[in-house]
Design a protein around this ligand. Structure first.
Ligand code: ATP
Length: 412
């Protein structure tokens, strides 16, 4: 399959099966906007939750934050965005990609911006967190949320949108410790890439050369991914020195230094910033997982999603839908599996092969079928079901408890 075809197939699957729709579609769409449908929301939530777990919750040195999307515009002046967050248009003029809005009514209205990145909300809350939580260095803030950029040429599906989501960390360190922290986050990003199921061979690190880096950064790594439309930035990891806190301290006239109680020293901490785009991650996951193979003499499409990322964890189905005993037993099995995870689908439409194909296409790792043996037609098989594995199509006969245990293990 060539790359253009692959991209078309991913976009079409996303729409057909309820992952991602063009934004405002019944009005002809709006360039650079997409709406996530039910399965897209579930997949995206799994990505965000895993990020929260690995980048914030499991660590003793990280604090979550949820800052406002509209900030005092002085914050974006201090950060350099008002003056310089611009891309060249076709005729060579620089165009600031921040979305402008106004706050307040009538003559009182003032210009404000929709945040172009979540980072700003973390720097302006540095002092609030230090004063309220008393963290010791090194520590960081983590935030997931929307960001807005009036991209001149939005393209490549959810890769370059005008409204998107980021998962960002601002990690504050003693200046001398930046390299070891940088390395720690670099490795964590690799582990996360592996855990969400990105093809290792498609992921590349680009050490951004000095003349392409922001002047305050001594090191920046772009994590690039081989998308069907080429090798492009997936995530970024930057050492930002003390640029942000110093700039905000100067512009706001508020002291943003940190007092090291052990040494009595006061200084502006330096910052390591791992910045991950949610949508670019979702697209890289889909591109990594999309497969076509031959099964039972037919071409089938499936998504080889990691179970913890898959929107639906398992599908339960009665072999025949017109046998009330089978249906009742299958409902019992579904309820038992829903104790492991709520997203267990039910499907009793059409023949069993078609039901399996429908789940394959959305990446459901397991299908469970209840038949007459489950009901005890052969007493030694009573309360056993068929567990079918998505990637291989292999089936095994297991007790209901064993299936629940398998599911639990796959989601750990
Ligand atoms: P690019 O060079 O591709 O425009 P960038 O270098 O401007 O990206 P950053 O400012 O580093 O991107 O933003 C951090 C992360 O936010 C990116 O690595 C990406 O995952 C995500 N991101 C940035 N812009 C977009 C966008 N328009 N649509 C979707 N995700 C985006």
């Amino acid at each position: 399959m060539d790359d253009q075809h692959l991209m078309e197939k991913i976009v079409s699957l996303c729409k057909r099966r309820g992952f991602v729709f063009p934004g405002s579609e019944i009005y002809g769409g709006l360039a650079g906007t997409y709406d996530y449908g039910p399965l897209g929301v579930l997949l995206q939530e799994n990505v965000k939750q895993l990020w929260y777990r690995r980048f914030v919750n499991e660590r003793d040195d990280m604090y979550p934050i949820d800052a406002a999307i509209i900030m005092n515009p002085h914050a974006w002046e201090a950060s350099g965005h008002v003056a310089g967050f611009a891309d060249p248009t076709d005729d060579g003029k620089m165009f600031n990609v921040m979305f402008k809005t106004s706050v307040g009514a009538g003559e009182e209205a003032t210009v404000a911006y929709l945040r172009p990145e979540t980072a700003g909300g973390m720097f302006v809350n540095f002092k609030n967190v230090v004063d309220s939580m008393h963290p010791k260095l090194p520590f960081g803030l983590g935030q997931v949320g929307k960001a807005f950029r009036n991209e001149i040429a939005p393209r490549d599906f959810i890769f370059r949108q005008r409204e998107f989501k980021q998962m960002e960390v601002e990690y504050f360190v003693r200046p001398a410790a930046w390299e070891s922290s940088f390395e720690e986050w670099r490795l964590l990003m690799h582990r996360f890439a592996e855990e969400v199921g990105l093809s290792p061979s498609a992921l590349h690190e680009l050490d951004v050369p000095e003349n392409d880096r922001a002047h305050y950064s001594q090191r920046t790594i772009d994590f690039e991914f081989d998308y069907p439309f080429g090798r492009k930035e997936l995530w970024g990891l930057a050492y930002r020195g003390d640029f942000d806190l110093s700039a905000h301290a100067k512009a706001s006239q508020v002291d943003l230094s940190y007092l090291d109680e052990e040494t009595g020293e006061r200084f502006i901490p330096h910052v390591i910033e791992p910045s991950l785009g949610v949508d670019r991650t979702v697209l890289a996951i889909l591109a990594s997982a999309y497969r076509e193979d031959d099964m039972g003499g037919e071409t089938r499409t499936y998504l080889a999603l990691a179970p913890k990322i898959a929107p639906i964890k398992a599908m339960v189905s009665p072999l025949l839908k017109n046998k009330p005993e089978l249906v009742a037993k299958a409902k019992e099995v579904r309820t038992a599996l829903q104790k492991v995870h709520p997203w267990i689908a039910w499907d009793d439409n059409g023949n069993i092969g078609k039901r399996y194909r429908r789940q394959d296409e959305i990446g459901t790792p397991f299908c469970v079928t209840v038949d007459f043996d489950t009901l005890g037609e052969h007493p030694e098989l009573a309360d056993t079901v068929t567990l079918r594995h998505r990637d291989t199509g292999e089936q095994e006969r297991l007790s209901i408890e064993e299936v629940a245990a398998r599911l639990r293990a796959a989601l750990e």
